[in-house]
Design a protein around this ligand. Structure first.
Ligand code: ATP
Length: 378
């Protein structure tokens, strides 16, 4: 077995050019996956079903063998396809929390928590130490009172916390979590994602998390990797992903976006794009690497909260160049109203504070706040 210690100034995980084709197939499930997880960070792999999140995580765990690429942990190479180096899962400095928790039903809560210290990579010799450490972590995740209970007699949320406690007691350099909240109901998910993030910060453990739930990713992560069809679309902080998506896929996957195709436009040297569309002309910022000159493709991206639906004769709408549209759908959602309008051959979505004053069929004026729009080249 290898001894791993992560110097504080090193990246905890470095993944370089990782690719995986399953079982002799020449179709890659993932390709060109390159990223780093700094020490102590919470990084999330986010993307729709089948985009390759689990494959990436399982390659890092050593549960799948990548076809190409290299994986380092704390400066040590644990996998390198070209040199055939492939450290076994049990010898990698990781702990995994699977979707199904993987809790042993024939053991008590305490026995489950203590298991890795008895049989894992970093064994603890003193019996008393094992109990003290396990109780200490169970206390921190709110399960100390359940220590002697059979683990099957825990609620879903409690089992999830036990799985986390057990993983932390492996004393891993990197914690790998594969959709650990997906078996819980919506309310509990929201509560536990906050708790999980709190525990992660408290223990300072570097974490790599997989989810297809964008709200979860935004709420919990320091950094999010958005994946699509086996490739990385964008790596950024939650704020940057929302405010400066680089592709239309990211814009649409993180929150929601109106993608308005441009008919023609000009990219100025300053990075500003002037774009003509079927719903008017926009002057907007771009984060895409657009060279100055004429543009014939791409989108203006407008978030629903920047699309205002106003009465047809509203003075502000008239003064600021509002355009005439027809309501196609209108829903009251409690904290806001969602309205779809047909305009310029497109359907635009609007999200505004209530109350709901329109219904399908109504004629309205639509005002798109140009300052908050973004030009995307793909
Ligand atoms: P989900 O959120 O549904 O779990 P995911 O993003 O985690 O999806 P993966 O499970 O990594 O995606 O799958 C990526 C691709 O690899 C998919 O096309 C899938 O069908 C394929 N795949 C996954 N596991 C295997 C396997 N064991 N054998 C063959 N193909 C596989």
């Amino acid at each position: 077995a290898h001894e791993f210690t992560v110097p504080a100034d090193r990246e905890a995980v470095v993944v370089t050019d990782l690719a995986k084709a399953y079982g002799g197939s020449d179709a890659f499930a993932i390709e060109d996956i390159t990223f780093e997880v700094p020490q102590g960070q919470f990084l999330t792999l986010l993307g729709p079903s089948g985009c390759g999140k689990t494959t990436t995580l399982r390659c890092i765990a050593g549960l799948e063998r990548a076809t190409r690429g290299r994986i380092e942990m704390g400066g040590d190479v644990v996998f390198d396809a070209s040199s055939k180096r492939d450290v076994k899962t049990e010898d990698r400095p990781i702990a995994m929390v699977p979707q199904s928790y993987g809790i042993w039903p024939h053991m008590t809560v305490l026995e489950n928590a203590a298991f890795p210290m008895k049989y894992g990579r970093k064994r603890v010799k003193e019996k008393g130490d094992i109990r003290t450490r396990a109780m200490n972590v169970l206390e921190q995740v709110g399960l100390a009172d359940f220590a002697d209970r059979w683990s099957t007699r825990l609620s879903g949320g409690q089992q999830q916390r036990l799985a986390l406690a057990r993983a932390l007691l492996c004393d891993p350099d990197v914690l790998l979590l594969d959709e650990p909240l997906s078996n819980l109901d919506a309310k509990l998910r929201v509560r536990l994602r906050g708790e999980l993030r709190q525990f992660q910060q408290q223990f300072g453990v570097t974490s790599l998390y997989v989810t297809h739930d964008q709200a979860e990713a935004l709420a919990m992560s320091d950094t999010v990797i958005v994946m699509n069809q086996g490739k990385v679309e964008q790596i950024d902080s939650p704020e940057a992903l929302y405010n400066s998506p680089r592709t239309s896929f990211v814009a649409d996957f993180i929150g929601s976006a109106n993608l308005i195709p441009i008919e023609e436009g000009t990219a100025e040297a300053s990075g500003v794009v002037v774009a003509k569309t079927s719903v008017g002309q926009f002057r907007c910022e771009t984060v895409s690497t657009t060279t100055p000159g004429e543009l014939t493709s791409g989108f203006v991206c407008a978030r629903p909260e920047n699309v205002m639906v106003l009465p047809v004769h509203d003075e502000r709408a008239l003064a600021e160049g509002g355009i005439h549209a027809k309501v196609t759908a209108a829903e009251f959602l409690g904290d806001r109203v969602a309205i779809d309008v047909a305009v310029g051959g497109l359907t635009l979505s609007s999200s505004m504070p209530g109350p709901l004053r329109v219904q399908p069929g109504d004629e309205v004026a639509v005002l798109i706040r140009p300052g908050d729009c973004l030009y995307l080249d793909r």
